[in-house]
Design a protein around this ligand. Structure first.
Ligand code: PMP
Length: 441
């Protein structure tokens, strides 16, 4: 009997024993094409010799030293690289162990900032429906997934949720893409005015929505309007790039595409590429200095902040992303994969939308393409597809998102940036086989 506490307590999972390139292998030697990089984590693929060597070297030199006593070369080097690569003036980096920790740190930093500048009445956040920001209590509160929050509702940080920018479902007939973006962005202003803007700390948002919607970028102009509204009311713009960041959407920071600057950004997943658990929260000097010149210390912390081995791995990941042009490769291969998907599934009667940016691509499943009617929730189509695809040797990330009470199913693809054309063929072929087995077409 396994004593590991799995996510689904009744699941019977194979043992993962090896990873090489774009493939994972189980204990029976079965091969799986890792078409979602786990959950958009493994951007370099598996078995990268350079990252492994850096981890080993760091372990030999120094595995751990507590950050209340020391800083370390790998942590300083990583922070320098992130600051040099980030848009705007994000020039302070807080290194944590994953995405939820990064978001949690962002929420607390933002609150502390307003205390330091004598605006303690700011105590709540605005975020979006159909978003995911992590599973710790603060991050969970900002996430828009009602079913995830519900059991823990009495424990939540105060957050209200507005509509996401979700063109496929939200754009009404006769409306231009731009006008749609402005309309949903303006919901932020309406919500701030309803709450009293002087009570709001920040707006938390994924530049490209990951797990809950399946790679949904905002339309042109949306984020510019969001930035204006935040500036107007003194609300911090907190961008959660835990899933869409680190090159996944074709630019190192996803929001560089939108031409905006952020006050706080969170990253994780691709930063460690699965080789080490690591995440980061970045903020501007305006925020940092308010704390440094005020109380002088961020009232937060974890034992493994700035872990040298995790930072050593992330340094090599960053080098590969930037110096080896892997971000560019992600963008090019993403276009090829999206083209191949459109060619094969563009007319499929159960695929309503194929969207995304870079190697962050979503396919939305519908019962009826014309009316966009989702599948009935109790069919749990996404689960059937996940299981069947896995059986066929394809690890992808189907999810059932919640949409105004209805369930919409989607498949998220986020393969490694080392993807080759033959992997694209294999993804399309195995997905096609899976849909035929599950949907009969
Ligand atoms: N934010 C976003 C946008 C995410 O996609 C996730 C993870 N799926 C998280 C935060 C939480 O990250 P972690 O699971 O590493 O805690």
């Amino acid at each position: 009997m396994s004593h590991v506490f799995p996510r689904h307590t009744k699941s019977d999972l194979p043992f993962a024993v090896k990873g090489q390139g774009a493939y994972l292998y189980d204990h029976k030697g079965k091969q799986y094409l890792d078409a979602s990089g786990g959950a958009a984590v493994s951007c370099l693929g598996h078995g990268d010799a350079d990252v492994i060597a850096a981890i080993k070297a760091q372990a030999d030199a120094l595995a751990y030293a507590h950050t209340s006593f020391f800083t370390s070369h790998p942590a300083e080097e990583l922070a320098d690289k992130l600051v040099a690569a980030a848009p705007g003036d994000l020039d302070r980096v807080y290194l944590v162990s994953g995405g939820s920790e990064a978001v949690e740190a962002a929420l607390k930093l933002a609150r502390q900032y307003f205390i330091e500048i004598d605006q303690p009445e700011r105590h709540r956040f605005v975020a979006r429906r159909q978003s995911y920001h992590g599973n710790t209590l603060g991050a969970l509160a900002t996430g828009g997934n009602a079913w995830r929050r519900e059991p823990f509702a009495p424990l939540m940080v105060q957050t209200s949720h507005i509509a996401p920018c979700y063109e496929y479902r939200g754009l009404v007939s006769g409306e231009t893409q731009y006008d749609y973006g402005q309309r949903v962005a303006n919901e932020l202003e309406e919500e701030l005015l309803r709450l009293g803007p002087e009570t709001v700390i920040g707006f938390v948002v994924e530049p490209v929505v990951g797990a809950t919607l399946g790679a949904v970028p905002a339309v042109n102009g949306y984020f510019k309007r969001i930035r204006e509204i935040c500036d107007r009311y003194g609300v911090l713009l907190i961008l959660d790039e835990v899933m869409c960041g680190m090159g996944r959407t074709g630019t190192l920071f996803a929001h560089a595409f939108d031409g905006i600057t952020a006050d706080i950004v969170t990253i994780a997943k691709g930063l460690g590429a699965g080789y080490q658990p690591i995440g980061a929260m970045m903020c501007t000097s305006r925020i940092y200095d308010a704390i440094a010149d005020g109380s002088g210390f961020f009232q937060h912390g974890h034992t493994y902040v700035g872990h040298p081995m995790a930072c050593a791995a992330a340094n090599v990941v960053m080098d590969k992303l930037i110096k080896c042009d892997l971000v560019q490769r992600c963008s090019t291969m993403g276009t090829s994969l999206q083209d191949a998907l459109v060619q094969t599934f563009g007319q499929h009667s159960n695929i309503g939308d194929i969207r995304g940016r870079g190697l962050f691509i979503g396919l939305e499943l519908v019962a009826d393409r014309e009316t966009k009617q989702p599948f009935a929730p109790d069919l749990a189509i996404h689960k059937l597809i996940k299981r069947q695809a896995f059986e066929n040797g394809l690890a992808c990330y189907p999810m059932g998102g919640t949409l105004d009470g209805k369930i919409g199913d989607h498949i998220l693809l986020a393969p490694p940036f080392i993807l080759e054309p033959e992997h694209i063929d294999e993804i399309v072929e195995k997905l096609s086989q899976t849909l035929k087995q599950v949907l009969g077409k």
